[in-house]
Design a protein around this ligand. Sequence first.
Ligand SMILES: [Zn+2]
Length: 449
Amino acid sequence: MISGGNHLTTTTIRGGTLVTADATTSGDLLIVDGQIAAVGQPDPKGEIVDASGLLVLPGMVDTHVHLMDPGDTEREDFPTGTSAAAARGVTTIIEHTHSHPIRSVDDLHEKRHHLDGRANVDFGLAAHVWPDRIDAIESLVGEGISFFKIFTCTTHGVPSLGPAAMTDALGAVARSGGRCLIHGEDEAITLDAERRLRSLGRVDPMLLVEWRSREAELVAVAATAAAVLDTKAVATIAHVSNPAVLDVIEEFRRLGADLAAEACPQYFALDEAELAVAGALRKFTPPARIRDHEERDGMWQAVKDHRFGHFSTDHAPSTKAQKTGPDFWDAPFGLPGLDTTFPFLLDAALSGEITMSDVVRLYATAPAARYRLPKGVIEVGADADLVLVDPGASWTVQDEDIISKAGWSPYEGRTFRGGVVSTYLRGTQIASAGMSHDQRLGRFVRPAM
Ligand SMILES: [Zn+2]
């Protein structure tokens, strides 16, 4: 590992196919002291990693992750969540936990201190906007927060921002040069539906479709998009569930709003009807919308047409026991997903739905750029965060393979083409053969301002 005399760790990744957001080429990588020092045909030096027959991609960047640490650590924690990430090709996450939010600079420092030595991948942190703490936004941007999470409806115990507070918050984000991620479901529509469904005595899982309706999502996103346009904020709409929401986002983008649409695998891979069978194991919000092949094709067409900015997981795990209590209303929202998002996208590429460069663009380069993290690329000077993929392998998902504390996956039984061979964080192998090495090398990353 130590090359002659200069005490720099040097590795050459040799004979692989390099995949970036723009191109697929054959070439070698020289890594010196955790950074990419040469791309192409450098003289091999140091440790030689034989990547022949393998694809070499930048490590994936997942910007919507909840690891509940500190917080509900019986659901997930940083060691387990980031081990799932590392084993499945994700080398950077942006994390936020609803039950233990960052609302001030003190909260941020406390959380960073707590996370010392607990991360297997690099991580940024997002803050929550609380209606009465909008004044904290500017100082949090200065301390390196990646983005601000804003809710339009009271969810997961996080208060909603009404139209006035939303305008104030977005204005503060815009003035301080920050970014935000907005969960869009209308408060009045969801509350009204909840009252109606409860008064009818509904307890069946399909109530979710009426409670968290398409209309509620559309109305909230339209109102939010107008406020984003008005305040000149930079915002991403979280987990866009169907193309009608994209239409609204694009209308406001045409008017000049800096809006991006986030995609998540569950709105492509899961059907609305699964709720009736799987119950709370499909309770997430907005819920799955797909009802037929045409709707599924419509979502993939939107990806091909570059209507989505990037993919994220919205990893929000609970164990099966936590999910399947007696009352559907009380079950926690959310799905585990860090174990499966990259495999899902790899499969989409190897099945011909999208290209391998699309995978890199959508799950590494674009999300890193959206939040200004110096990650998600293969170029000289970049961190040597890499994932080596065997395109000939495949993985049939089984609950016992899931590294997340959730211990189950909504994709159990599905076979994904492709396999992660190994993952590198700043030049050090952090996972191989589906296992995280759990060395806790992850560091806090801040946006480049
Ligand atoms: Zn989320």
